[in-house]
Design a protein around this ligand. Structure first.
Ligand SMILES: C[S@@+](CC[C@H](N)C(=O)[O-])C[C@H]1O[C@@H](n2cnc3c(N)ncnc32)[C@H](O)[C@@H]1O
Length: 220
C-alpha cells in the first residue's frame, strides 16, 4: 500500500473520532485527552479564522478539509464560495452532513479526491491546509499548486519534529499503520522556498509551526 492509500484508509476509518475533537459534549477523560494531546486541533482552527478575517465575500480553498469544520466556519462567517478537498470518503460524507445541518450547503462544495488532482477551476482569495502536512510525504508540489490557485493568503501548519509529545504520537501512528511526517523549522523553510513561497509570517502554536503566506502584490 502506498503512503497515500494508508493515509486515506486511516482517515476513512477514523473520521468520526477525529471529528469528535470539535465537539464539546464528551466525557471528562476524552476531554482531557483531547486537550492535552490534540489541543492543537482547536487552537489551529481558532487561529486560522482569526488570520483570515474578514471572510465576507471571499472564495476559499481548504486542502485536506476532513469533516469540513473549517469550510463550514468560513461559510458561516460570510464567505461567498468554499471548496474543500479530501480523499477520505467518510470525511467528505461528514462534511456534507454538517453543511446540510447548519444550512451552508449552497456555499460549501466538498470534493472527494486527492489534492492537487481533485481541484476545481478558478482561483481563490485564500487557501488553508491545517493538520494536513502531517500526512504528506512531499509537500513541495502541493504548496506550489496551492500558491498557483491562491490570490491573497495561504495558511498552513506543520507538526514539529522536536516536541515532548512526539515519541507517543509516533508510536500511536506506527501502531495504527498511518504514515506521519514531522518537520524541523529549517525543513519547513526549505520546503517553502522550493515551493516558491517567500513572503510569510512564522508562528509557533503548541506542537505545530503555522505559516501565513501573503501573496498580495504591492502596487508600484
Ligand atoms: C487530520 S485531518 C485534518 C482535517 C481538517 N483540516 C481539520 O483540521 O479539521 C487530515 C486530512 O487530510 C486528508 N488528506 C491527506 N492527504 C491528502 C491528499 N493528498 N489529498 C486529499 N486529502 C488528503 C486526510 O484524508 C484527512 O482527512
Amino acid at each position: 500500500m502506498s503512503v497515500e492509500q494508508k493515509v486515506r484508509s486511516h482517515f476513512h476509518a477514523d473520521a468520526r473520532r477525529f471529528d469528535a475533537i470539535y465537539e464539546d459534549d464528551k466525557s471528562a477523560l476524552t476531554r482531557w485527552v483531547d486537550t492535552v494531546w490534540r489541543g492543537v486541533v482547536r487552537k489551529r482552527f481558532d487561529l486560522t479564522l482569526e488570520l483570515l478575517e474578514p471572510l465576507t465575500g471571499k472564495t476559499i480553498l481548504d486542502v485536506g478539509c476532513g469533516s469540513g469544520r473549517y469550510c463550514i466556519a468560513y461559510a458561516q462567517r460570510g464567505a461567498a464560495r468554499v471548496v474543500g478537498v479530501d480523499f477520505a470518503a467518510a470525511m467528505v460524507e461528514l462534511a456534507n452532513e454538517h453543511a446540510r445541518r447548519v444550512g451552508v450547503s449552497d456555499v460549501c462544495e466538498f470534493r472527494a479526491g486527492k489534492f492537487p488532482d481533485a481541484v476545481p477551476e478558478g482561483n481563490f482569495d485564500a487557501s488553508s491546509a491545517m493538520g494536513f502536512f502531517d500526512y504528506v510525504s512531499d509537500p513541495v508540489p502541493i504548496i506550489a499548486r496551492m500558491r498557483e490557485l491562491t490570490k491573497s493568503t495561504m495558511i498552513m501548519s506543520f507538526p514539529k519534529s522536536r516536541e515532548w509529545r512526539v515519541p507517543v504520537r509516533r508510536l500511536r501512528f506506527l501502531i495504527s499503520g498511518c504514515p506521519l511526517f514531522l518537520y524541523s523549522e529549517s525543513q519547513v523553510r526549505k520546503i517553502l522556498s522550493e515551493a516558491g513561497v517567500s513572503n510569510y509570517d512564522w508562528m509557533e502554536l503548541d506542537r505545530d509551526y503555522v505559516v501565513a503566506v501573503s501573496l498580495q502584490q504591492i502596487a508600484e
